[in-house]
Design a protein around this ligand. Structure first.
Ligand code: PMP
Length: 443
């Protein structure tokens, strides 16, 4: 990621150099390291913009990888949090009335949720959902989809190594870990399949169907360019789980409360047994949850077969007051209409620019988190994504960043839209995208 040399900023570079005395790579999350000259240090955020330590403002389509759904520093949410902190506090290690209140609100928006528990991050929500599914079914195996992401815990730190795979052979790709420090034993119960591949899911259920506790899937791959499960494939997963007594876990950490009130599963009209939520449910405050079928969730208990769940910071008042305010706004205002309109307008202007330069392009996923892919067909899974011109995308993205439009320079990360994007100057954005593409084609 070190080839955006033009981003080099005096203050940012000095801050990185200093931070490297204190943190590996000088950053708190390794993916924030964009190279010695390009690592971004943010001074403040507002609406749909972030401003770096050198004073450059960016219109932000990265939105912290998705949590910002209303806008940065939304006073309606922030005031609710401040009121809670000043009147009630932060944590007590006991229950508050807010716990059930927030879940009742979620149940209004997501009718298939019967019972829930809270968590502090998407990772924790997935850990809770997977453990609950295992406790309920008494089985261990989980099936995940190539190109999906479910958090930073050992079991989910494995991927099907399509990048180093000879697709002409009959053998499946190797399974490799994301880095070292991941014990080999942690992959024992993991199966991976390509999205939208019916034969692959049939084969895995045929082989180990009776051992499968759950399929864990992002219904729309928020970590692979918003490539969506087809309606028929999602129905197939639902049917396979029903037939084999496995559970369907939809990881809606990115899609939940973003793509629609009821998340991606409401777009499919197919219910998960368990669902994980995080990101958009708190507009940037760290809050997460998992839940679904009441009979499944009730395995969380002190009975002999009970699943253990909890945590010091779980359902803290900061997180829950942010969730209550955010969810109320999403439920009661026309925020989704603004978000979807802005997303549609932005795709339309990008499409005009790509067409002008004769670039075959595809949009994937919903208007609130769409993927941009250069190629002749909409990719159906990670293997298809590999065939798109992601190099051109990265160059285009780098040029956009230089010109004040922030996004991840990797086409696997969607463009995230928040309510505050309704104020973006679309003519400026189109002219900027035009310039970024002209320069990308010249390099
Ligand atoms: N699931 C999905 C679908 C995600 O996109 C992410 C994070 N990008 C996670 C889980 C993990 O969430 P967190 O970073 O909050 O632990």
């Amino acid at each position: 990621k070190d080839h955006m040399t033009q981003l080099s900023k005096p203050t940012g570079n000095a801050l990185l150099e200093n931070a490297q005395n204190h943190m590996p790579l000088g950053v708190a999350d390794s993916y924030r390291y964009w190279g010695e000259n390009n690592t971004v240090f943010v001074k403040h955020t507002q609406g749909c913009t972030i401003t770096d330590e050198d004073g450059q403002e960016f219109v932000d389509f990265r939105l912290a990888y998705g949590p910002i759904i209303l806008g940065y520093r939304d006073t309606r949410v922030d005031q609710a949090v401040i009121k809670t902190i000043t009147e009630c506090g932060t944590i007590s290690g006991f229950s508050t009335a807010l716990d059930a209140e927030v879940i009742a609100l979620i149940k209004q928006m997501c009718p298939n949720i019967e019972k829930m528990r809270f968590a502090n991050s998407g990772t924790e929500a997935v850990i809770g959902a997977v453990r609950t599914a295992r406790g309920f079914t008494g089985r261990n195996k989980i099936v995940v989809v190539e190109g999906g992401f479910h958090g930073l815990y050992d079991e989910m730190m494995w991927k099907s190594d399509v990048d180093n795979w000879d697709s002409s052979t009959q053998n499946a790709p190797q399974i490799t870990s994301f880095g070292t420090g991941i014990p080999e034993a942690s992959r024992e119960h993991l199966e991976t399949v390509p999205l939208n591949d019916f034969a692959a899911i049939d084969a895995v259920f045929k082989r180990v169907g009776d051992d499968i506790a759950a399929i864990v899937i992002e219904p729309i791959l928020g970590n692979c360019g918003s490539i969506a499960s087809s309606q028929a494939y999602m129905q197939k997963l639902r049917d396979m789980c029903n037939t084999h007594g496995s559970l369907l876990i939809m990881d809606e950490v990115k899609t939940g409360f973003r793509v629609a009130k009821g998340g991606a599963q409401s777009l499919y009209g197919i219910h998960a047994d368990l669902t994980t939520y995080a990101k958009a449910m708190g507009n940037g405050y760290p809050v997460a949850a998992f839940g679904g079928r009441g009979d499944v969730m009730d395995i969380i208990s002190f009975s002999k077969k009970g699943v253990t769940h909890g945590g010091t910071y779980t359902a803290n008042m900061i997180a829950l007051s942010a969730a209550k305010a955010t969810l109320t706004l999403l439920n009661e205002t026309d925020a989704y209409a603004s978000i979807n309109q802005a997303g549609a307008d932005i795709q339309a202007l990008l499409s005009r620019v790509f067409t002008k330069y004769g670039i075959a392009h595809q949009f994937a996923g919903p208007d609130s988190m769409f993927g941009v892919h250069f190629g002749d067909e909409v990719p159906q899974n990670y293997r298809d994504w590999k065939k798109t011109d992601s190099g051109l995308y990265t160059q285009f993205a780098h040029n956009l960043i230089k010109l004040g439009v922030m996004l991840e320079p990797d086409s696997r990360e969607p463009w995230f839209i928040c309510e505050a994007h309704k104020n973006v100057d679309l003519a400026w954005l189109e002219a900027t995208a035009d310039r970024a593409m002209a320069e990308a084609l010249n390099t």
